[in-house]
Design a protein around this ligand. Structure first.
Ligand SMILES: *Cc1c(COP(=O)(O)O)cnc(C)c1O
Length: 482
């Protein structure tokens, strides 16, 4: 352990006076020739003095302590950490695409516009919806776009009394946050014993004050809302709209078109299902689709085709306006386009089938050690819990830390909130059976350790340079400087 710490000590500690990477020749002219005196340094900056080799090793070794998809299985539930072919990165980085200036005239960027147009069309086809905007930069911004489109719709009807958005307790946390940000009052409803929307509770909550019902499908306990058609009818009968959070479309892609169960608006996360890298705070894309009724209220401009030419259409009088500078995160859209062009309808359906199969395989293989909270077939992820009597005080956080010792990134833990000691495991379709078996075996060993040597699990991780950090202070009061 000590060795690891020394090896990775901050480079400033490794500094040895006089050690150099590159030696530059002294400039012929003095710096004053180029810069006014007041901008010149009076002291030498305090930088680590290191050789190039030591510096390369320092950063390489730091990077190897990361857990990432290219090195480890990463079953982070609700995030769809699937493998994305490197070819998509290469294609999205082609110069004609990356060098296009956002203010370039339409004639000069016909290729980029064609890709965006085609992507809109493909998203329409797989969802059955009438229109799509590619502007939103993330799932959460997609939600905000959808809810603002709903508000624009009610404003156009001069319907001012609809001030509420109904959100079940199995919704993603961004759903109530979005509704609140858009100025609505959030009405929470509890789920039934089966983990799905309690229709009686929904009926009671619906009124002439309801603007939108926001459903996460599949919901955050990994289940499909089996009564969604009936729910859509109830929502529409009360004059409200049905919004679907489709961030986890990996479970449904190619298998079902959400328009067929009566939704009005939805968003997709291109950086989850559609093979754009996800995580590290990088760019995302959360396109929003709408049915005929809501389409006129989506953001402008949209990409249109007329006589074989592509253009940005801003003539949408009812549109809620712009949601993002320029046209969205185009590089993410290009990767999604590559993904959709690589698969035909049948193979897209296999993506969903294998994602669902893998999650159910993990669920069933682990049921004796870690039971599923809702004992029913799940969609793309399974939500497991602990059998407290058997765990000797070992908690979910301990299991997550111990998994790191076994070479696996941890699943999402303590979410969804309605499941005690939750572990939300999303294997995705890109993992093979050998990898799933290795993960299952690690989980079973941790379960056995909880019986025989619970302290080992309590004290985990044992093979990491830092063990348990104060995660709350790390997020709230980050100390990013040495
Ligand atoms: C990931 C996720 C979101 C939020 O997406 P971001 O791109 O992180 O903003 C919303 N809803 C669900 C169900 C999700 O899984």
């Amino acid at each position: 352990m000590q060795d690891i710490l020394i090896q990775n000590a901050l480079s400033i500690e490794k500094s040895v006076s006089g050690r150099r990477g590159i030696r530059f020749e002294k400039p012929a002219a003095s710096p004053q020739t180029y810069l006014p005196v007041r901008y010149l340094r009076t002291h030498t900056p305090r930088l680590p003095q290191m050789s190039e080799l030591d510096t390369v090793r320092h950063f390489t070794n730091l990077s190897r302590q990361n857990y990432c998809l290219d090195s480890h299985f990463y079953p982070l539930g609700s995030c769809t950490m699937k493998y994305n072919p490197k070819a998509y990165d290469v294609l999205s980085a082609l110069e004609p695409l990356t060098q296009a200036h956002p203010f370039a005239p339409e004639e000069a960027v016909q290729g980029t516009l064609e890709i965006l147009y085609n992507l809109q069309e493909l998203l329409k086809e797989i969802t059955g919806l009438a229109a799509f905007t590619l502007q939103p930069a993330a799932g959460a911004q997609g939600e905000l776009t959808g809810i603002l489109a709903a508000r624009a719709y009610f404003d156009a009807q001069k319907d001012k009394k609809r001030t509420e958005v109904i959100v079940p307790d199995t919704a993603h946390g961004t759903n109530p946050a979005t509704s609140h940000m858009a100025g609505y009052t959030v009405v929470n409803i509890k789920s039934g014993p089966d983990g799905c929307v309690d229709k009686a509770a929904l009926r009671q909550a619906l009124s002439e004050r309801t603007a939108v019902v926001m459903l996460t499908v599949p919901n955050t306990v990994g289940l499909f809302e089996k009564d969604i058609r009936e729910i859509a009818d109830m929502v529409h009968a009360s004059g409200a709209l049905l919004y679907m959070d489709g961030a986890n479309f990996n479970a449904l892609i190619g298998a079902v078109k959400p328009a067929s169960f009566g939704i009005d608006l939805m968003h997709l996360n291109l950086h989850k299902t559609f093979a754009a890298p996800h995580g590290g705070g990088g760019p995302g894309a959360g396109p929003v689709g709408a049915n005929e009724k809501l389409a006129p209220f989506l953001p402008r401009p949209t990409v249109e085709r007329k006589n074989g030419k592509f253009s940005l259409c801003a003539k949408l009088p009812k549109s809620l306006g712009r949601m993002k500078a320029f046209y969205g995160n185009i590089a993410v859209c290009i990767r999604a386009y590559c993904f959709l062009r690589q698969y035909d309808g049948q193979t897209l359906k296999e993506v969903a089938e294998n994602a669902v199969l893998n999650a159910n395989y993990v669920r069933v293989c682990l049921q004796h050690a870690f039971p599923a909270f809702f004992n029913a077939p799940c969609m793309h992820e399974c939500v497991l819990t602990l059998n407290k009597e058997k765990m000797n005080g070992v908690r979910t956080a301990d299991i997550a830390k111990r998994l790191l010792d076994y070479g696996f990134y941890a699943p999402t833990i303590y979410f969804p909130l309605i499941v005690p000691e939750a572990m939300m495991i999303e294997p995705t379709e890109t993992e093979n059976k050998q990898m799933l078996d290795a993960f299952i075996q690690a989980m079973q060993r941790i379960f056995a350790e909880a019986q025989q040597e619970p302290q080992t699990v309590h004290d985990a991780p044992h093979a990491q340079p830092v063990a348990r950090i104060d995660e709350v202070s790390a997020a709230r009061e980050p100390n990013l400087r040495w």
